[in-house]
Design a protein around this ligand. Structure first.
Ligand SMILES: N[C@@H](CCC(=O)N[C@@H](CS)C(=O)NCC(=O)O)C(=O)O
Length: 216
């Protein structure tokens, strides 16, 4: 099976989710690193019409949208299945993927992570404290909802590691690198889940660059 090529900025949580899925499968992958300006450049817009990341190539097959990519990875590569067979656990996994894509990333992680980490570290921008403060209630709602779904289980979809953990893990790792995220996660049982995710070899093998792991 040919190597999967991932286009993206190292440290981006969606890019890392694809790297983690590949590591969990034990399958070969390569990151083609993009610089911040590259995502809206002509070459990348051919891979991804919205100029976002990641985009992947697998032989002659190209794909973007992270949940489609990680579902594809789970289907085509051997190794442990990352999707529960049981209907209710699978529904829970899909619910978490929806929460990630509609609320957690756009309303919380993208806002707080940009203001605290990406803007200062990558673009030389000052943090807008009012924007951070306005996003905190939504971040809190996301953490509480996901904590409720996790309950006393080890993983988000129940008793096995799934695509829900693959997708939300890097988002929460990134959010947890900001003071607001650290406080929110520390106040719930979800903080212990993040520590379990951070200890997995797939997370260790895909650590973001140091500047993505420390807020300004
Ligand atoms: N729905 C997309 C979202 C991807 C996304 O927004 N990625 C962020 C990085 S984590 C991005 O491309 N940001 C760069 C930009 O908006 O220019 C997916 O699931 O892949």
């Amino acid at each position: 099976m040919s190597e999967l090529v991932i286009y993206g900025i190292p440290g981006s949580p969606f890019v890392r989710a694809v790297q983690i899925a590949m590591e969990e499968k034990g399958a070969p992958w390569r990151l083609e690193p993009l610089a911040p300006g590259d995502t809206k450049g002509e070459a990348h817009l051919k891979r991804h019409p919205w100029g976002r990341m990641p985009a992947i190539e697998h032989g002659d097959f190209s794909l973007y949208e992270t949940q489609a990519v990680i579902r594809y990875i789970d289907q085509v590569f051997p190794g442990p299945s990352l999707q529960p067979a049981d209907a209710r656990s699978a529904a829970r996994m899909n619910q978490v993927i929806g929460i990630n894509d509609w609320y957690l990333f756009p309303k919380a992680v993208a806002v707080i992570g940009f203001q605290r980490i990406v803007g200062p570290a990558l673009l030389g921008l000052a943090t807008d404290e009012a924007v951070v403060a306005a996003a905190v209630p939504e971040a809190e709602r996301c953490v509480r909802a996901l904590d409720g779904i996790l309950g006393r289980n080890e993983f988000l979809a129940g008793d096995s590691f799934s695509l829900a953990d693959v997708l939300v893990g890097p988002q929460m790792d990134f959010l947890g690198s900001t003071p607001e995220g650290e406080t929110l996660l520390g106040g719930t049982g979800f903080g212990a889940w993040l520590e379990r995710m951070r200890a997995r070899p797939s997370f260790q093998a895909t650590l973001p660059p140091p500047m993505f792991r420390k807020a300004a």
